[in-house]
Design a protein around this ligand. Structure first.
Ligand SMILES: NC(=O)c1ccc[n+]([C@@H]2O[C@H](COP(=O)([O-])OP(=O)(O)OC[C@H]3O[C@@H](n4cnc5c(N)ncnc54)[C@H](O)[C@@H]3O)[C@@H](O)[C@H]2O)c1
Length: 402
């Protein structure tokens, strides 16, 4: 593949123009359209970020909050000016059925809230990571949303970053040549809770599903536990198309730690996601190293929303773009940038990795037949801060606004 810079730039403009409209829409158009009524279920640390965004967007209105902790419930109700306050999703749905429900409870409670919302007739429901511990629970959420025609969105994941989506479109178009290799780096610590970020980007960049897993993992004490905490995984994934994916854990053979992320490369190009806008390398310099170029990603039109919310800047732009993709999918049936289905697939791959390692590096084929297989995330993700000695203080929950 020979890609000169001019051709590359022309192609990137053409491809970007084909991306979902969220990077180009004019805010003024949105302001005149109907407002979607939004309910938040679980309004702790992450739920408050969601609430901030939904409040700042011109076409959404935060109408109800279900929050288990009564003191925090009062505080966030006042902070966001929401009077319809409930203890849990069922209490909320008895009185209010919002158009969109964002479920940001600890993972243990996501299934109940997603299913109840879908059954109550919402247009869309979103969740966050990890979606569940048991495969059958994730299946049940995906299935009910499909059955009821409810859009089922993922959450605050890097896969929903506009630049990650644009890099994937360019890869898909063949602009960077035919992939010769693909690798995940830094797959460890929490292969489901945090690892779903890598796995979601891998599936997007490769345009494929993981069909077979062969994994080695340690340390032995982490492999014996029923959660994903502290597990370091090296693996080989067979993908439904393209080259196999090599998966490197936290430890590296060369002393220097390779930053965590996903690489896809062809003869002349390398696309490198490292928890921010993907880096693009085209061609080589005189010493044979790949040359990094300016990727010239299309500007994200909703950037101003991020700038309006100081507490959001650290999360970059992918919470806003994830939510925009969710709203657009409800409005126009466009493809979600991160879906509940994507999170279910990530859980399944993580479970297969642990199982393969536990069985002495046995090859595991996906989809897994045994849907009762379970991998818990670390306790904070599963049960939340209040239950794991990291409660959010009321001062924090007030957000400095009251
Ligand atoms: N995507 C990301 O970047 C990211 C970052 C942090 C956390 N998370 C995920 O978000 C989820 C929540 O994390 P957090 O940091 O906000 O935790 P948190 O403990 O700060 O907040 C959780 C809130 O949910 C409430 N809650 C618990 N059970 C409930 C129920 N049944 N109904 C209603 N409310 C309930 C709690 O009272 C608490 O206020 C976890 O699954 C975590 O893994 C994702």
């Amino acid at each position: 593949m020979n890609v000169n810079r001019r051709k590359f730039l022309t192609q990137s403009v053409t491809i970007s123009a084909g991306l979902a409209s969220l990077s180009t829409q004019h805010l003024s158009q949105e302001r005149s359209s109907t407002k979607y009524r939004v309910g938040i279920v679980g309004c702790g640390r992450m739920g408050q970020h969601f609430a901030d965004v939904y409040q700042a967007l011109p076409d959404t209105e935060l109408v109800a909050i279900a929050e288990w902790n009564s003191e925090r419930r009062k505080v966030v109700g006042k902070r966001y000016g929401v009077k319809a306050l409930y203890k849990d999703v069922n209490a909320m749905l008895k009185e209010v059925v919002p158009d969109l429900v964002a479920v940001i409870t600890p993972s243990k409670f996501m299934k109940e809230a997603v299913i109840a919302s879908a059954e109550a007739g919402v247009k869309g429901v979103s969740t966050d990571k990890p979606i569940a511990a048991t495969l059958a629970d994730a299946d049940a959420m995906v299935a009910i949303c499909e059955k009821r025609g409810v859009v089922f969105s993922g959450g605050n994941l890097q896969r929903a970053m506009p630049e990650v989506q644009e890099a994937a479109e360019r890869l898909k178009s063949g602009q960077y040549g035919s992939p010769e290799g693909i690798a995940i780096h830094g797959f460890g610590g929490e292969i489901s809770g945090g690892g779903c970020q890598h796995l979601s980007v891998l599936r997007l960049f490769s345009g494929s599903e993981v069909e077979e897993v062969l994994a080695w993992a340690g340390p032995p004490e982490a492999l014996k536990k029923n959660d994903d905490k502290g597990l370091n995984v090296n693996a080989l994934f067979n993908l439904s198309r393209g080259p196999d994916c090599q998966v490197f854990g936290l430890t590296q053979p060369y002393g220097q730690k390779q930053p965590s992320g996903v690489d896809v490369w062809s003869k002349d190009a390398l696309v490198r996601w490292r928890w921010k806008s993907p880096e693009i390398y085209l061609g080589f310099n005189a010493s044979g190293e790949r040359k990094q170029i300016n990727p010239s990603y299309r500007p994200f039109a909703w950037r101003s929303i991020i700038d309006e919310i100081p507490s959001l800047r650290k999360t970059n732009n992918y919470l806003v773009s994830s939510i925009r993709s969710f709203i657009d999918a409800v409005k126009t049936k466009s493809e979600l940038w991160i879906s509940g289905h994507d999170l279910r697939q990530a859980l399944e791959i993580a479970i297969a990795c642990k199982l393969s390692a536990q069985l002495g590096n046995r090859s595991i084929k996906l989809p897994l037949e045994d849907r009762s297989l379970t991998l818990y995330p670390r306790p904070y993700r599963w049960l939340g801060g209040d239950e794991t000695d990291r409660p959010q203080s009321l001062e924090d929950a007030k957000g400095g606004e009251i």
